[in-house]
Design a protein around this ligand. Structure first.
Ligand code: ARG
Length: 550
């Protein structure tokens, strides 16, 4: 149940107007409060406190309300009945959207021949979590990994392979692009050579195509390994710049028929500036003067292709915020050319940095790859665990490290920058992934040691017990808001708040201790199970796994 919405609707209906419902900080007097009387006082020509004392008894008539009271200048506190909370929390918490959509999601978008790096963390983690949220709500999602597999980097890599041979491993391959790029910076002939190869590859030169297919395999396998390690749902479609290339001519015709292409110094561009623009809005580059496909052309064509293929209601992108202008241009061009009816959105992330806002570097001073980040976190967790005198198997340590990295990524507002501090994110206390997992593991270990009675009822509840169940009843609202606001941080922060409630309950409400009467034990087990189930769902939305022990 979406408790907030339920109570809010009932209160609105009772008062015949839309009121503001809040969750007060001090919950001793009410689970919810409203300033309705203060808002309505003026038009009713009454003083707010007087009006509040008229409204409060009306709200007390609602069948789920235990009592109401008036506080301060005219706030009305609403306290819910225990049995209502109990019954509602005992149902499975499964949020569903009122209307379901088909949603194309574009995240990942890794580059072939280059190792995934820290800059790919957020697109991967946030994209995957958003996908899980949408699926839970009943939407149909199609996730696209729009890989960078057709631009100049391909020419640079092939040039290097022609000179130094086919790499055998991904680690070897990953060195080719930087080496070839460095050479191109110093040697113009090399650059032109790479450009020429790129252009010929795009017009299907069989020799280049063969080399390309070979290193592509190595690169895709490496991507796959890392995505599995990160517990990312498999992409529905891995199709990027090359995959859409065959549809470029179709889109080209559409653009031509609408007179949208302009020649500019040999290149073809689309003007997307509008009169009302204050900020600069450069034209979109459709085709280079060397007659090669552009980054923007791939994205524009992908909109066309996905619309034909999936008839989505929405197409959403998750990339870093330096691409905001790019997507703005692409969306405008798509609208001008009428390529889709779908709603288009782009969520742009801030940057992840090391201490002091500088780029995060590994110990030897190199740029951190995504697997370096996971390794660093894994080492930090291993160290903590051994310091605490525990022994945990490597799978558990990896799961904790992954939770540390992903949770930390999710808990920040996507648009803001954050500093990655391996020691802070792997702490078992505070707002961290390990803390979330630890809470789940500990609660589960109680549940494993006891038999659970699904029909238990137990009244009246203590404040800690009812607060926990009310927390559980905020799950549906959280998932729906996270989806509507595209704010995956809401899920992470909900998980933390729920864990706080669980731990307060755990400390103050003994369950298995011998002196606890049987009915109280059964009741608390029921509460524990309810909380655990909802926490487990929340953890799953973040793509984390709960270890058996910690
Ligand atoms: N390959 C690009 C890069 O690493 C990101 C792709 C983002 N997605 C897209 N549809 N353009 O910069």
């Amino acid at each position: 149940m979406n408790l907030y919405k339920y109570v809010s609707n009932a209160v609105n209906e009772k008062l015949g107007t839309k009121v503001n419902l809040e969750v007060p900080k001090n919950r001793d007097f009410g689970d919810f409060s409203t300033n309705a009387a203060m808002v309505m006082a003026k038009s009713a020509g009454k003083n707010p406190r007087e009006l509040a004392s008229e409204i409060a008894p009306k709200l007390a008539e609602l069948d789920f309300v235990a009592e109401t009271s008036v506080a301060g200048p005219g706030f009305i506190n609403i306290k819910l009945k225990d049995d209502f909370i109990w019954e509602s929390a005992s149902q499975s918490q499964s949020p569903k959207s009122a209307t379901t959509q088909t949603i194309v999601l574009d995240y990942g978008g890794y580059n072939v021949g280059k190792e995934l790096h820290i800059g790919h963390l957020r697109t991967t983690v946030v994209g995957d979590t958003f996908n899980r949220i949408a699926k839970t709500l009943g939407h149909k999602t199609i996730s696209y990994n729009h890989i960078g597999d057709w631009g100049r980097p391909m020419g640079l890599i092939i040039a290097w392979i022609l000179e130094y041979g086919m790499p055998e491993t991904a680690n070897e391959l990953n060195k080719y692009y930087p080496a070839s790029t460095a050479r191109a910076k110093e040697d113009e002939n090399w650059l032109n050579h790479a450009k020429e190869i790129t252009s010929q590859l795009q017009s299907d030169n069989p020799e280049y195509r063969k080399i390309y297919n070979n290193f592509m395999k190595i690169s895709l396998a490496q991507m796959d390994t890392l995505l599995k390690r990160m517990n990312i749902l498999p992409f529905d479609v891995t199709m990027g710049e090359r995959g859409v290339a065959e549809h470029v001519p179709t889109v080209h015709k559409i653009l031509e028929s609408k007179n949208l292409l302009t020649l500019d110094d040999g290149a073809q561009i689309i003007n997307v500036k509008r009169e009302e623009d204050n900020a600069p809005m450069p034209p979109l580059m459709w085709r280079t003067s060397a007659d090669t496909q552009t980054y923007a052309a791939a994205d524009l064509t992908a909109i066309y292709y996905r619309t034909q293929q999936n008839t989505p209601n929405t197409i959403g992108y998750f990339t870093d915020n330096r691409q905001t202008l790019h997507f703005n241009q692409v969306f405008r061009a798509a609208n001008l050319a009428n390529l889709t009816d779908a709603t288009l959105f782009h969520t742009g992330f801030g940057a992840i940095t090391g201490p002091g806002g500088k780029p995060f570097k590994t110990r030897d001073g190199g740029v951190a790859s995504l697997s370096d980040i996971l390794d660093i976190a894994t080492d930090a967790v291993r160290e903590r665990v051994s310091e605490s005198g525990k022994t945990l198997d490597e799978d558990t340590i990896s799961a904790i490290a992954l939770a540390a990295v992903k949770f930390n990524d999710l808990m920040h507002d996507v648009r803001s920058d954050y500093i990655f501090d391996p020691s802070a994110v792997t702490s078992f206390e505070g707002r961290t992934g390990p803390y979330i997992l630890y809470t789940a593991v500990r609660l589960n270990s109680v549940l494993k040691r006891a038999t659970f009675d699904a029909d238990a009822t137990y009244m009246p509840m203590t404040t800690d017990e009812r607060n926990l169940l009310i927390g559980v009843l905020d799950f549906e609202r959280t998932v729906i808001s996270a989806f509507e606001n595209r704010a995956t941080d809401m899920i992470a922060n909900y998980a933390y708040d729920l864990c706080q409630l669980i731990n307060t309950f755990y400390h103050n409400c003994p369950i298995l201790r011998e002196d606890v009467p049987a009915n109280i034990r059964a009741g608390r087990l029921h509460i524990a199970k309810t909380a655990y189930d909802t926490l487990a769902k929340t953890i799953d939305l973040m793509g984390l796994t709960i270890p058996n022990e910690m």
